[in-house]
Design a protein around this ligand. Structure first.
Ligand SMILES: [Zn+2]
Length: 382
């Protein structure tokens, strides 16, 4: 169901921290923080541990508190995925909704089947080594309403790149929400990559290519063969996903400079070292990269760049805000990075964290971030 935004200024906000002892106890029990916005009250969860408790308690406890406060005649609307932090009411016939709850488009979902295809890297990550298939993704989305998504290659064995894309295309027959595939191809082979690209481009779901750079040497992306391979993508109408770590950004800027006709998507905001609180030179280099109009930025994989166990939403916010500040709301796109992300964050928890981080943006900006830019960049539905 697609609900509409409201202007928070028109909403009837109640600061729950000031009104009821039950509420106070509730707060203490889940260690929430309240933050005044000038428009009402935002309830922010303070850390990951409290999140699950918060999620379980929230709906019934808040409802009970509101009943006690005499809001019986009002209809409390708590949207599926953003219910924890801003509370609004429908009073009378006027419907007031909290923040947003339109269906989202996820630019970055992985599915893997180690019994069917080979993924050498999974041997190192036993926590997520089991098959991750459509039913698992559906279950993981929980409250988040995902209208469609893009499958992103899973670093499958090089011999199985085309098979991986074919397998996902076969899954799309059962799951129409798969609207695009970012496949893997040996672009470092330059002209030699044509045979694989021909095969992949014959699959209408393949919208882009990712050749992982993150585990390669610093100058991998500057090899003439690789640059040639990336330039070839223009002949096939395919975009390129840049997946790197922050130390590779400087060379990526030089690489992008040589490919002015390509459409680029930077994955995972360039993987800044949030875990060790390293903001520069990542921030300066992101700003330089954002000056190329043919580069978009996927807002994904952020919690997994922080400490898996100890991150707090406030640790992620400066990095999120920086990429949005640099690329603007026209060139950023939401990505869930499921199931890699599950090492640090739940699916709807990431949606909520991102909504929180961009609080104050307009409805149109939110829609660009969570769906429209994804559809435009990956040409979904074409
Ligand atoms: Zn990923």
């Amino acid at each position: 169901m697609c609900r509409e935004f409201v202007n928070p200024l028109q909403a009837d906000f109640v600061d729950l921290t000031t009104v009821d002892p039950i509420c106070d106890a509730f707060y203490k029990s889940v260690r929430l923080e309240a933050q005044s916005t000038g428009m009402g009250s935002n309830l922010l969860y303070s850390n990951q541990q409290c999140y699950r408790t918060c999620k379980e308690l929230f709906r019934k406890d808040i409802y009970r508190i509101l009943m006690r406060l005499g809001y019986r005649d009002r209809h409390l609307l708590l949207t599926a995925s953003h219910r924890y932090y801003r509370i609004a009411f429908a009073s009378g016939k006027e419907t007031i909704e909290i923040v947003n709850s339109f269906p989202i488009v996820d630019t970055h979902v992985h599915l893997w089947h180690p019994e069917h295809l080979r993924y050498p890297w999974l041997d190192e990550v036993p926590a997520i080594r089991k098959p991750h298939l459509l039913d698992d993704f559906r279950a993981a989305c929980g409250d988040a309403s995902v209208e469609s998504f893009v499958f992103v290659e899973c670093d499958v064995h090089p011999d199985e790149r085309v098979r991986e894309a074919e397998w996902v295309a076969s899954l799309a027959k059962q799951e129409p929400r798969i609207k695009g595939i970012v496949a893997s191809a040996p672009l470092e082979d330059g002209e030699g990559a044509r045979a694989v690209l021909e095969d992949l481009a014959g699959n209408p779901l393949v919208k882009g290519i990712r050749r992982l750079i993150q585990a390669e040497s610093l100058d991998f992306c500057l090899q003439p063969g690789f640059i040639r391979g990336v330039q070839l993508l223009n002949e096939y109408g395919l975009s390129f996903d840049i997946c790197i770590v922050d130390s590779q950004l400087a060379n990526v800027i030089e690489f992008v400079k040589q490919c002015p006709n390509n459409q680029f998507m930077l994955d995972h905001i360039g993987k800044p070292n949030i875990k060790n609180d390293v903001f520069q030179p990542w921030a300066r280099e992101i700003e330089m990269l954002s000056q190329f109009p043919n580069v978009f930025c996927k807002v994904s994989g952020v919690a997994t760049s922080a400490d898996f166990e100890r991150w707090k939403p406030a640790d992620l916010k400066p990095y999120i805000n920086h990429v949005i500040g640099c690329f603007g709301f026209d060139r950023v796109a939401y990505g869930g990075d499921w199931p890699v992300s599950t090492q640090a964050i739940g699916y709807s928890q990431w949606v909520e964290t991102l909504v929180w981080a961009v609080d104050g943006c307009s409805k149109d900006e939110m829609k660009k971030l969570f769906r429209e830019n994804a559809m435009r960049f990956y040409r979904l539905g074409e």
